[in-house]
Design a protein around this ligand. Structure first.
Ligand code: F6R
Length: 624
């Protein structure tokens, strides 16, 4: 997801065109991942390392820099989707060392880059960009100076990195190799005859080969035109010494697969729709989101902790995440907080002032209603913090501080992985602010944050256990005209998001309501077979929801529940149940929303709709 990487090692003339052209054409197939800058590096036949890079779209950058004309035997290309440092020529990849003999492209986030950079600066290295990536070529340079070979230096550098990465590197001192390393971010080998590829995704090289190896976390190695070496890196790095990062060979031959996808199928990772791909991508996206939070929260949390009020504004799905955030600021941090729909915010912002914080939540960073709320809040003196997925978009640009979700571009119109990312960030901030204000203790904080960190693996489990069942239930839901989604506390915004997803992609009228309020009117609609979906996030919810479920059951509703495993009281009352992993209440929305995303997706598919392009909807809404 996010940045795109391509790397090639080839015998002369094998690919039928100049290597620069091959890389350019391959990058074209990664454009769908979203990007703001492009770059490439290649070792020419004359033994020169050429690096060309710029902010902008591929065709324009190519017209400006003309890198398709360069030829050579090894090269790397990159489309950058900014996460550290604004989009600019200098921050574009590849990055190089002081001597200009190494070029590195990276997808992911290096969490400990600041401490590595400080040490490298002390050792006399000069940095040109603001990126986390640039530490890698300088680390290689440093270790080569200490006597390691280029490959040893690469492995040693990788062993010092914490965070998420897919890395490729070329080095003038070893001209026939492209080094690679994979940790969390995707990297795939494409096997050719007389050439080999590396790429973030299969479409990049599918024109040349369909024999692929999906690399696993912790694997490093290199490709040449004749072969591929894969090793498993051992953990210890030994710091800035000459000690070598040990590794052992990996027998990968049995993992090489021949795939028969079209490029379009490959772009969707073999999934039929981007929405499904993005639902499945949530574990990886969340890992990246959480790994990027530590640094920025040091700046943001003290500001939140001393605020008088925290207003959280957003539209649509971002509003639902805002509701979760505001409930948690109230409950974990005892901060007066309220969530507002962006287009309604102007009626409430009159009372904000210097001591207040407004958090503007927007996946795209461009929603005009949210941007107008930001402007109004700023005019009234509040501190505005943007929470967005797109670096340097309008809302972060106009805010005082920005937090980026780093969830990777979302292509499906219905927001899925960016919702879980937004909720994870807001939960983290509320828990941190709560500890700082002495409302919760360190142990409680660790419990919440620990469960956020467990969320990626829990989501994977929920998907693998329930996808088949959800598909069957979706087939039944597809014939219904309406549905209710009922919940209490944090379960209410989760229900609201579930209902919105069903409306958006399956065109079924779905209404979310506070469960306790349902008997004050909406229950009049219930008749036999009417779908009512209950969200219970904890045992306490379950107790309270029980009587609401009984009320619906007495009217012969079709009752579906999402509830923690072990809630027998609920399980025995309902028709269909999704038993979820028990979690700390505050962290559970991130995981408990997933069945609803899948339910909406499969209901849309079973009705024959394209969930990636719901009618009347646009991914970014820039009209009031
Ligand atoms: C729902 C959805 C929309 C957006 C809303 C705000 O699936 O995608 O409701 O959440 O238009 O968009 P952002 O978050 O870009 O401000």
């Amino acid at each position: 997801m996010a940045c795109g990487i391509v790397a090639v090692a080839t015998e002369p003339g094998r690919l039928g065109k100049a290597l620069g052209r091959v890389i350019r054409d391959s990058l074209k197939y990664l454009e769908y991942r979203g990007y703001d800058s492009v770059g490439f590096a290649l070792i020419t036949n004359e033994g020169e390392l050429v690096i060309r890079k710029s902010k902008g779209m591929l065709d324009l950058v190519e017209a400006k820099l003309g890198f398709s004309y360069y030829d050579g035997l090894v090269g790397i290309g990159h489309t950058r989707w900014a996460t550290h440092g604004a989009p600019s020529d200098i921050n574009s990849h590849p990055h190089t060392d002081c001597k200009g003999s190494v070029a590195v492209a990276h997808n992911g986030i290096i969490e400990n880059y600041l401490s590595l950079k400080e040490e490298l600066l002390r050792r006399g290295h000069t940095f040109t960009s603001e990126t986390d990536t640039e530490v890698v070529p300088h680390l290689m340079e440093e270790f080569k100076k200490l006597g390691l070979t280029p490959y040893e230096a690469f492995k040693k550098a990788v062993s010092m990195l914490r965070g998420a990465y897919a890395l490729v590197a070329i080095d003038l001192d070893e001209r026939d190799k492209v080094f690679f390393a994979k940790g969390t971010s995707p990297l795939i080998v494409g096997f050719g005859s007389g050439f080999n590829f590396l790429a973030s995704d299969i479409p990049a090289f599918l024109r040349y080969t369909n024999r692929v190896l999906v690399l696993m976390d912790g694997e490093v190695g290199y490709i040449t035109s004749r072969g591929v070496v894969v090793e498993r890196l051992r953990a210890s790095d030994g710091g800035f010494t000459t000690s070598i990062a040990t590794s052992e060979p990996v027998d990968f031959t049995w993992r090489v697969k021949v795939i028969d996808w079209t490029p379009e199928m490959a772009m969707k990772g073999g999934y039929p729709h981007f929405m499904l791909k993005e639902i499945h991508e949530q574990p990886e996206a969340l890992t990246l989101t959480l790994s990027g939070l530590v640094g920025i929260s040091e700046k943001v949390v003290p500001i939140l902790a001393r605020a008088d009020k925290v207003l959280v504004v957003g539209a649509g799905t971002s509003y639902h995440a805002s509701l979760i955030g505001s409930l948690l600021f109230n409950n974990l941090a005892e901060l007066w907080s309220s969530a507002m729909i962006s287009s309604e915010a102007r009626w409430y912002l009159r009372s904000v002032g210097d001591n207040d914080v407004v958090i503007a939540v927007s996946q795209s960073g461009e929603t005009i209603d949210t941007l107008l709320a930001v402007r109004e809040a700023k005019r009234r003196g509040a501190i505005v913090i943007a929470l967005s997925n797109v670096v340097d978009s309008a809302i972060p640009r106009e805010s005082d501080l920005s937090i980026y979700m780093r969830a990777g571009p979302e292509i499906g119109v219905a927001a899925t992985k960016t919702f879980t990312a937004q909720v994870a960030v807001l939960t983290y901030l509320a828990a941190k602010a709560g500890e700082r204000r002495g409302v919760i203790n360190g142990k409680y904080l660790d419990g919440v944050v620990g469960d956020l960190r467990r969320a990626p693996s829990l989501i994977s489990r929920v998907i693998s256990v329930y996808e088949g069942r959800i598909r069957r239930i979706a087939g039944m839901l597809a014939s219904k005209q309406s549905a209710f989604y009922l919940g209490r506390g944090l379960g209410l915004p989760v229900s609201m998001e579930g209902a919105l997803k069903l409306k958006e992609v399956a065109y079924i009228h779905a209404e979310a309501y506070p469960a306790g309020e349902s008997k004050h009117g909406p229950i009049a609609l219930i008749e036999e077979g009417f779908p009512v979906v209950f969200t219970s996030l904890g045992r306490e919810d379950g107790e309270l929801l029980k009587s609401n479920i009984e009320e619906m059951k007495a009217r012969y509703a079709w009752i579906i529940a999402v509830t923690p495993k072990g809630s027998e009281e609920i399980t025995k009352l309902v028709d269909d149940v999704f038993e979820m992993p028990p979690m700390k209440y505050e962290a559970s929305p991130v995981v408990y929303i997933v069945p609803y995303q899948l339910l909406a997706y499969y209901t849309a598919v079973s009705k024959g709709y394209d969930p990636d392009k719901p009618r009347n909807l646009a991914k970014t809404v820039t009209v009031v």
